[in-house]
Ligand binder design. Sequence first.
Ligand SMILES: CC(C)(COP(=O)(O)OP(=O)(O)OC[C@H]1O[C@@H](n2cnc3c(N)ncnc32)[C@H](O)[C@@H]1OP(=O)(O)O)[C@@H](O)C(=O)NCCC(=O)NCCS
Length: 180
Amino acid sequence: MLRGTKVGLRARHEDDIPILRTELYDDVAGSSRAEGGPWRPIKPDANDPRLVVDDENPGVVSFSVVELEGGTLVGTANLWGIDNHNRCAHIGLGLRPSCRGKGYGTDVVATLCHYGFVVRGLQRLQIETLSDNVAMLRSAERNGFVREGVLRSSSWVMGEFMDEVLLGLLVQDWKPDSTG
Ligand SMILES: CC(C)(COP(=O)(O)OP(=O)(O)OC[C@H]1O[C@@H](n2cnc3c(N)ncnc32)[C@H](O)[C@@H]1OP(=O)(O)O)[C@@H](O)C(=O)NCCC(=O)NCCS
């Protein structure tokens, strides 16, 4: 398990799946904001990659996030679009509603930075998020990510186009303990 200060990132367990389906992926509005695509229901036995991890896909590494103290499931986190030639990847995360606003998101980003830069030897990490997602923007910026641009009207979300912010962090600018 990867350890942050508050959370751990471990493999997906069977028991995590119904919780993640109910609390994250059955939420039409929340999924539409986080997924960058149209919401669709997930069948109970479906091998949907958001729930069932495909270890054969070298471009994605998926984790379940748990509280270090007690091991309660907090949400999901992943590196996706892993490009070992250009040595870059994207970060994604989603926390259970009851686990938001407690500093876990900031710690998840810190832990994914450790995984990307130290374990995987990447040189650049990137995050795209809706421009009104203050908690995600702050979680990224607290870890040293800088805003590199705005993708104007790039995301169709529940009846309107929204801007996305592109944030990046290079390994040489990363300060592992910057979140305090
Ligand atoms: C985005 C998300 C991962 C952030 O994680 P979190 O645990 O809620 O965030 P934290 O508690 O670490 O807070 C980070 C910062 O945002 C601020 N913040 C948290 N929730 C906030 C809110 N609802 N409104 C405004 N600011 C907020 C915190 O005060 C903190 O600010 P600081 O660094 O200045 O102290 C989480 O809220 C989430 O899963 N949201 C739904 C899914 C999602 O949006 N995923 C990202 C898709 S790109």
